[in-house]
Design a protein around this ligand. Structure first.
Ligand code: CA
Ligand code: CA
Ligand code: CA
Length: 181
């Protein structure tokens, strides 16, 4: 059951990351995600937050290409994504080094006033970039906001991202990152 849950999450993430729907994840998908988030927040790519985010997505792409693109064709297929994410980030310990900084860059960008807290509107802007529906985003935010005060801390968001990509536990809140599974 645990592997099934994880595979379902990875398939879900794959769909969200294949921004242009080509059936594989390429560099243009990752850069497209970053660009959409920047536009959503009205942030310039040349601002410090903007360039950190762009570098974060560029870094994710480089890592995916290096660690997960098994046949080296500069495109990550659904099969490569499943197998590679599992060996690098679930069984392996590369998450903190690779995904952690990117998740933090995104989370901080969702917190323009820098108080360490992300509200529902900010969360919506970020998840809309991944093509997540309004309904799913609302459901996700409710789960991630465990204490129901209308805010999710940047730290909680990073932890939820880690749980989504690496945890086989059916009860963690991070399973809800992209809405109901
Ligand atoms: Ca694609
Ligand atoms: Ca490939
Ligand atoms: Ca809260």
């Amino acid at each position: 059951m645990s592997t099934r849950l994880l595979n379902r999450k990875l398939d879900r993430a794959f769909e969200h990351m294949d921004v242009d729907g080509s059936g594989s994840i390429g560099r243009e998908d990752l850069l497209g995600l970053g660009a959409r988030i920047l536009v959503g927040f009205g942030e310039s790519p040349t601002s410090p937050a903007g360039s950190r985010l762009e570098q974060g997505f560029e870094g994710i792409w480089r890592t995916l290409a290096a660690e997960i693109d098994a046949d080296g064709d500069r495109a990550i297929s659904a099969e490569e994504f499943r197998a590679g994410m599992t060996s690098a980030f679930v069984e392996g310990d590369r998450f903190d080094a690779v995904f952690g900084p990117a998740a933090e860059a995104v989370a901080w960008l969702c917190d323009p006033d820098g108080d360490g807290v992300v509200g529902p509107d900010e969360f919506w802007v970020m998840m809309a970039a991944f093509g997540t529906s309004r309904e799913d985003v609302t459901a996700a935010f409710q789960r991630l906001d465990g204490d129901g005060d209308g805010a999710v801390s940047v730290g909680e968001l990073v932890e939820a991202t880690r749980q989504f990509y690496t945890s086989a536990d059916p009860d963690v809140a991070g399973n809800w990152l992209f809405g109901p599974l």
